[in-house]
Design a protein around this ligand. Structure first.
Ligand SMILES: Cc1ncc(COP(=O)(O)O)c(C=O)c1O
Length: 370
């Protein structure tokens, strides 16, 4: 089987994992966690990083840390992974689904227009006219790990007095984060096994705000600050383990190598998939995204490719189905989602893991050039 993603693991992970097992620090105590956080902060240019047990936990903590409460509303795209919206509901708030743009990212001009029309400002809060609820935050997603106009979202958040959290789950090219971060922004990463670098399962909440990082850390460690039985908040058991962090350190140390491998893989796809009217390549030359994606002209091409890929034992499935179309999310607030409605059946993700062979890539390109 040629998989979409396979983690890139070698001797170095085994070595660090063995040393972690030998140390007997296999749970949420141990030196590797802080080492992992520090290394991540250094590479991705954040001042603070809080390592947790999943990207979903990072999102949940980011929302709590931003003061999101029961009955609040958080603006987010419908075209995303379930965890983005799930984390919002864990706080007792609900998502307001807004459309994505042609780059498959939360449509900033639509958000602006909708907020202008459907909200009012009352004593420093943004109120949804129809429900009377407070809109407290905006949560854009870096679809496919792409770079987005971070500062434009920050500007928008400032305009409407909203907290800002970025779902950066699959965005592992450090170059993307080489910009001056505003103090109130929080970024949430995932290190699940299908991501560019992995800790098995895991995540990080990253920010330049000491205060936000400190609150998030307390929430992540069952509400403890210093002493084991001295609680500051009702917290969560979300901290990353020393085992996961050991794996993470090893992955971070070879991140450059992984990124270079992925660069070559994406370059190969880009130059060997012939330009034609059937596809649009979603290929970012400046940064390495999580996967190489094709936007198909129509969903019939999807059916054709799916058959061919299945026959050749190459993994192919629909990618994200917009959340507002799915039962658990269908009653949440939504505005015109016309682009999300039509685009999701045309998105085709190619096997993109760093270990894929030229032979397999050649096979894939041959099918695509029909
Ligand atoms: C956009 C997005 N957000 C959040 C998550 C959740 O991360 P995790 O699986 O580590 O909980 C994912 C995971 O794939 C994701 O793709």
């Amino acid at each position: 089987m040629i998989n979409t993603y396979i983690p890139y693991i070698s001797k170095s992970e085994r070595k660090l994992l063995n040393s972690c097992l030998n140390s007997t620090f296999i749970s949420t105590a141990g030196p590797r966690i802080e080492q992992f956080e520090n290394l991540f902060s250094k590479i991705f240019k954040f001042k603070y990083a809080v390592a947790v047990n999943s990207g979903t936990s990072a999102l949940h903590l980011a929302l709590l840390t931003s003061g999101i409460k029961k009955d609040d509303i958080v603006i987010t795209p419908s075209y995303t992974f379930a965890a983005t919206a799930n984390a919002i509901t864990y706080t007792g708030a609900t998502p307001w689904f807004i459309d994505c743009d042609k780059k498959l990212i939360l449509d900033i001009s639509k958000v602006d227009k909708i907020l202008k029309e459907k909200t009012i400002k009352k004593s420093n809060h943004l109120i949804d006219k129809s429900s009377g609820k407070i809109i407290r935050a905006i949560l854009p997603v870096q679809t496919f790990g792409k770079s987005i106009e971070f500062l434009e979202y920050v500007k928008l958040a400032k305009k409407y007095n909203l907290k800002i959290i970025f779902d950066s789950a699959a965005s592992h090219d450090p170059k993307i984060f080489n910009f001056k971060k505003s103090l109130n922004s929080i970024f949430c990463f995932s290190f699940n096994g299908n991501k560019t670098i992995t800790t098995g399962a895991g995540g990080i909440l990253a920010t330049n705000s000491k205060k936000l990082a400190s609150i998030a850390r307390i929430y992540s460690t069952v509400g403890k600050k210093k002493s084991n039985y001295d609680y500051q908040k009702i917290g969560y058991n979300y901290k990353m383990t020393n085992i996961q962090a050991s794996m993470g350190i090893s992955q971070l140390k070879k991140l450059k190598n992984i990124i270079n491998k992925k660069k070559l893989i994406f370059k190969y796809y880009n130059s060997n998939i012939k330009e034609n009217s059937k596809y649009l390549k979603i290929y970012d030359k400046k940064f390495v995204n999580w996967v190489f994606v094709l936007e198909l002209k129509n969903s019939k091409i999807f059916e054709y490719l799916k058959k061919k890929f299945d026959l050749n034992k190459i993994q192919a499935n629909f990618f994200w189905k917009p959340l507002h179309l799915q039962t658990p999310y269908k009653n949440f607030k939504k505005s015109n989602l016309s682009y999300s409605n039509k685009i999701w059946k045309k998105i085709f993700v190619l096997p993109s893991h760093p270990g894929i062979t030229k032979r397999d890539q050649k096979k894939i390109c041959k099918i695509l050039n029909f």
